[in-house]
Unconditional design. Structure first.
Ligand SMILES: C[S@@+](CC[C@H](N)C(=O)[O-])C[C@H]1O[C@@H](n2cnc3c(N)ncnc32)[C@H](O)[C@@H]1O
Length: 285
């Protein structure tokens, strides 16, 4: 059983102040997906979920800053192609693709896919534990709509069969695996193990895609807690675009593309670690 509570000794924003206000713009997706027009009602719901997350779960920066309200997969350059492949399969007799959101947290990317017409039955979601996912069902109030989404919870940053490793036979085969904002919560060893597990889970010609925080110069970052309950605190590792591409190719991905999308936080000019946003993709041969 994973201990999911925030621990101040680890990399966590659990001590950070409550956000004063939720900008209306941050509610755009929640409003569009749920159809709820009353922004105050949505804000109350978000605050409730946020408070509960803070009490019970690890507080990642994207939790603290409410970034989880906005889908990330939709910003990936492959997203239109992925949607198209689902649409084409629906029109033809081809077997439909299947996509996994790995490190799904509340499941915002899962909802974006559903909102854009991907059948829930073709989607899977996975995370280290089900804490955020369960809160996501309250946030989006959509238990019926996501009923057909297959879920599996466990560690994806260790080899299959290791203690705590995610059991994935129920969610295969997988044409696409997406990991938004996940790689940077790992140590170098966890990141490599995660990429290996992803490659093993993909079907042939399947595609891995995602985004993460990286650094202009790869290296260890600050003490983190990517693997709650299993490994305790870990030293997080930020890849550069170059080192991530080299690692993905070494592990066996082909057609690997890794691009920097500029500074992670343009206002953090005094941070000695020059953090960047990275977009990546790679194929199983
Ligand atoms: C920074 S959050 C990003 C969540 C979400 N994908 C998003 O874009 O908002 C990182 C996620 O990775 C998950 N995670 C951390 N370690 C993991 C592991 N070893 N195996 C699977 N998921 C893990 C966390 O529980 C968390 O939900």
């Amino acid at each position: 059983m994973h201990d999911t509570r925030p621990n101040q000794e680890h990399y966590s924003f659990a001590n950070a102040p409550v956000p004063d206000e939720i900008p209306d713009a941050s509610l755009a997706f929640l409003k569009a997906y749920t159809g709820e027009q009353n922004l105050n009602a949505l804000k109350e719901r978000v605050f409730d979920i946020w408070r509960e997350s803070r009490e019970r779960l690890h507080v990642y920066k994207c939790v603290q800053t409410l970034m989880f309200l906005e889908p990330r997969i939709t910003k990936h350059s492959l997203y239109p192609t992925i949607l198209q492949s689902f649409q084409q399969a629906q029109k033809s007799n081809l077997p439909p693709p299947r996509i996994l959101d790995a490190g799904c947290a509340y499941g915002t990317d899962v909802r974006a896919l559903i909102h854009h017409g991907v059948p829930a039955s073709q989607i899977a979601a996975s995370d280290l534990h089900d804490g955020y996912w369960k809160l996501g069902q309250r946030l989006y109030n959509d238990s019926e709509r996501i009923h057909a989404v297959k879920t599996t919870f466990g560690d994806m940053a260790v080899p299959a069969g290791a203690v705590g490793a995610v059991e994935a036979s129920s969610i295969e085969p997988l044409t696409y695996i997406a990991a938004s904002a996940v790689l940077h919560v790992f140590s170098a060893a966890q990141c490599e193990a995660f990429l290996r597990r992803i490659l093993s889970l993909l079907e042939f010609k399947g595609i891995f895609l995602g985004t993460c925080v990286g650094a202009l110069q790869e290296g260890e970052w600050r003490r983190g807690r990517a693997n709650e309950g299993n490994a305790g605190s870990v030293v997080r590792y930020l890849h550069s675009a170059k080192s991530l591409k080299a690692l993905m190719e070494q592990i066996g991905f082909v057609d690997v593309k890794v691009e920097s999308h500029g500074p992670e936080d343009p206002t953090a000019s005094d941070d000695p670690v020059k953090k960047i946003w990275i977009e990546f993709q790679g194929k199983k041969p």
